[in-house]
Design a binder for this molecule. Structure first.
Ligand SMILES: Cc1ncc(COP(=O)(O)O)c(C=O)c1O
Length: 483
């Protein structure tokens, strides 16, 4: 539960009454219907910045008026609406029932907590998967936005596959990755994430099995599972040793697709060699296993350019290629793209029209401008790479200093992440909570694989060097205490 409200200390009304009135308003207008679980007294006191005794007083009055109920040590809940007190036989909607019994799974608890904590202004984000605000191209973006000759197209719905200008520009852009795709084979989506949603809804059936490298970013989402599909782990190290494991697992599970992040994999930053890429493509083709190639980090190489995209070796139309502007220009634009055969792109575009009637036309026009202004784009990407290199080197230096006896890691050659392997397992929940108490936010490995107790995903893309070092030192201290 989120509260953006604080009591007014200058107001003559006592604070406990202000809290009581605030809760009554929430109940009165149905924002907190019957069944809503209120924060514990301690939590609410923290949230609104008062003593616990003040909240106790407010809750006691609400209880005596029959609006809420709370038993010592248990949840405090709304049990009555304000009008229901007067209209005793009125019926009340049980929204809890709807929420709990709906189709879509909630996020993993770690992800829910991360999504909330990220917006605490004092938090240090040690695992975040986005560029630091200092690396976002604010100045160029201002110029691009002000140079946009706004006309009605920017304010209208776009065509089903997205802006033709943007698709033409992307068709040219991805040629540099070895991919040949006509604009009609590209669909603009609202971030790479929507591509997975459309693929799941538009191409797969309930009970489908999807092979996924383990660990993987995909395990941090519940979107396939919510559609009654199962993600099957293919251990990444086994895959790199012996690609034939894909065939074995496809047969064993009757799998429908393989999802892979072949370039600067999230969370390990691993990239397949060119040889391995050719093997995956030809193997999947020979066993008729379609592939989703998630390539959102490709341009963020630090040491040397990665091998060509898997899609560039695909002459059979077996690969759905997913890209995004999120990791390079702006996640807030919410723009991604899918490249695939005609039939698939038409199907996904039809579904997209039913889902949101197209990605923001203005965002599409902005990205189009970025791709048109090639020198701006290249200068920006160049700057980001240089910065990421410095940050990566800094974080690796800190790890050498504070973690040489506690953990192991591989120095990444691109993107944002270091997959830290602790020498001793430690409860991810305990570690997460202990650090959160110190305003440090980590991404436990358990988000990305089932048995993630010995890993953490660190990121050097977001925090300042001072914050990185401070947080890593704290992390090392807690690990020492707990192992
Ligand atoms: C591997 C990978 N794919 C896709 C995405 C989704 O990005 P977006 O929806 O912002 O394009 C992310 C975001 O973290 C990611 O790490």
């Amino acid at each position: 539960m989120e509260l953006s409200w604080k009591p007014n200390r200058k107001n003559k009304v006592p604070i406990y009454l202000q809290i009581k009135e605030y809760i009554i308003e929430k109940i009165k207008y149905g924002e907190w219907p019957v069944g809503t679980v209120l924060p514990s007294q301690r939590k609410l006191a923290q949230m609104v910045g008062v003593n616990r005794s003040t909240v106790v007083q407010a809750y006691e009055e609400l209880m005596s008026e029959g609006l809420i109920e709370g038993v010592e040590g248990k949840e405090t809940k709304v049990i009555n609406t304000t009008w229901n007190i007067f209209a005793k036989d009125a019926k009340i909607t049980d929204w809890n029932y709807y929420v709990k019994n709906s189709l879509f799974e909630p996020n993993k608890v770690f992800i829910q907590k991360i999504n909330k904590a990220e917006f605490n202004p004092n938090i240090i984000r040690l695992g975040t998967g986005e560029l630091s605000p200092h690396l976002l191209p604010v100045t160029q973006m201002k110029e691009i936005v002000s140079s946009l000759q706004i006309d009605p197209t920017h304010l209208r719905y776009e065509e089903p596959k997205g802006s033709i200008q943007l698709r033409m520009a992307l068709s040219e852009h991805i040629q540099a990755f070895g991919i040949k795709a006509s604009p009609s084979n590209i669909l603009i989506v609202s971030g790479g994430l929507q591509a997975f949603q459309l693929i799941a809804n538009g191409l797969l059936r309930p009970q489908s099995k999807i092979l996924v490298e383990s660990p993987s970013y995909l395990f941090s989402l519940n979107l396939f599972q919510s559609l009654q599909m199962t993600l099957i782990d293919v251990p990444l190290d086994k895959m790199t040793e012996q690609m034939s494991i894909i065939k074995k697992m496809k047969e064993q599970h009757n799998a429908s697709m393989l999802y892979t992040i072949p370039t600067f994999h999230n969370p390990t930053s691993f990239s397949y060699s060119e040889e391995q890429r050719k093997q995956i493509v030809s193997l999947c083709q020979s066993i008729q296993l379609p592939l989703i190639e998630d390539d959102v980090y490709r341009e963020l190489w630090i040491d040397e350019p990665p091998p060509r995209a898997l899609k560039s070796f695909d002459y059979a139309g077996n690969i759905l290629y997913v890209g995004s502007a999120s990791k390079i220009i702006s996640p807030g634009l919410r723009i991604g793209w899918v490249v695939g055969p005609d039939y698939v792109i038409d199907r996904l575009a039809d579904l997209k029209m039913q889902t949101d009637y197209g990605t923001s036309s203005i965002s599409q026009a902005i990205l189009h401008q970025w791709l048109e202004q090639k020198h701006w784009y290249t200068d920006h990407v160049h700057k980001v790479r240089n910065e990421l290199r410095k940050r990566r080197d800094f974080m690796v230096g800190c790890l050498q200093q504070y973690f040489s006896e506690l953990a192991s890691w591989t120095k990444p050659t691109g993107s944002f992440y270091i997959w830290l392997r602790l020498n001793q397992p430690i409860s991810p929940t305990l570690l997460f909570e202990r650090l959160l108490e110190r305003n440090i936010l980590i991404h436990p490995g358990a988000i990305y694989q089932e048995k993630g107790g010995v890993h953490l995903r660190l990121s050097y893309s977001y925090e300042s060097k001072e914050n990185m070092e401070f947080a890593l030192r704290e992390l090392a201290t807690i690990i020492r205490e707990k192992t």
